[in-house]
Design a protein around this ligand. Sequence first.
Ligand code: FAD
Ligand code: UDP
Length: 410
Amino acid sequence: MRNVIVQDRNAEQIAGSGSALRAPQPRGRKGFDYLIVGAGFAGSVLAERLAAGLGKRVLVVDRRPHIGGNAYDYHDEAGILIHRYGPHIFHTNSKRIVDYLSRFTEWRPYEHRVLAEVDGQQLPIPINMTTLNRLYDLDLKTEEEAAAFLASRAEKVEDIRTSEDVVINQIGRELYEKFFRGYTRKQWGLDPSQLDKMVTSRVPTRTNEDDRYFTDTFQQMPLHGYTRMFEKMLDHPNIKVMINTDYREIRDEVQYEHLVYCGPIDEYFDYRFGKLPYRSLQFEHKSLDQEQFQAVGVVNYPSEEVPYTRISEYKHLTGQVHQKTSVTYEYPAAEGDPYYPIPRPENAELYKRYQQLADKTPNVTFLGRLGTYKYYNMDQVVGQALALYKRIEEAAEQGQAEQPMARQAT
Ligand code: FAD
Ligand code: UDP
């Protein structure tokens, strides 16, 4: 039998999932107020708020051997802080979200820069004036000149619906094919014409020389990493954490009033209406006997000749000084852990059916990227969890039963 870690304030290790049931409870109250499935951003933020804000007793379970969900980081054998599930760069425009997370971490300024390898050169992506000058051997000097160049290439699309439409309309077919088509086909296993426009709209086009990947007002990394931040968030006497524990293993063993489910919503309902498509990735982590591998944190490889989509080198993100370096190659995959909900109309329809079923399921709330089938960044998931907490808190203040208003997080 696998070891199950019940992480309370002393992080004691106990074998056997039944042990959580013997965890000391306040006198006169049995079980937990909340069972939260998933110790990622969604589950951990909500657990912290319920415990610290409302004095609720919370059990968090995760089937992975660690907390932090996809944002989990750790020191590899070489001693480099790496992200197990690919590079996670924190950026947001929300002061409220920064203020909240700042209770659990200090920060390190980091502006993410990405290069895309196209026609044998590594060029800035998002496409900007420098990209155009270097790719076409031009000498564009002003924003107006760059805008005019792009306008001369753009192909007007009347009804912009897909990830192909949005790019072609902005920059034309040639640049689309060089920078977007291959990457997207590899990443999603679909042609951009089959994906909602929101996917490639995440990457803007610039006419200036700004080569940052994001323009958010706050761009910083947790100073000691994400996992340390999660440890602090979950370090509360009312919170118990069980890792290596699937919800199905304990659902009949644990007493609780409400369930918050941050895993895939279709899995919760035993795929009643069929599987919701998620895209997966295989990560190949390597540590190298050299101080630096590439010029920036992430280099993208849009060519379909190359099997991976990008290589990330963590020292750029973390600022760690070390004689060695560690990198991760990402290979998109159809099978494996569900990482990306796939934004396209038929999937949104299928999700709606699960959502309607969820609305009719008492005492269960779905939350997070997998629970609400949303292509959310970390800050958006934190915002979603804080919004759910606010509704629970308001209902508690009004003395209402806490569940009905919170069955579907938005
Ligand atoms: P998750 O982190 O997926 O947590 C859900 C947890 O639930 C998992 O740990 C899972 O093990 C657990 N679980 C599921 N089912 C069960 C079950 N039955 N029993 C027990 N446990 C269960 N966002 C950014 O803002 N910036 C980035 O740079 C960025 N980069 C990314 C790169 C990659 C490769 C990926 C995949 C995502 C990236 N994201 C990024 C998005 C970010 O990972 C998510 O927004 C965030 O982690 C979602 O948090 P969550 O809690 O909703 O889900
Ligand atoms: N994309 C692309 N080429 C790139 C970068 C991104 O075609 O060089 C497309 C691709 O479809 C990708 C999407 O834009 O999935 C969103 O990019 P982002 O970097 O936001 O992806 P994520 O970090 O979520 O994997």
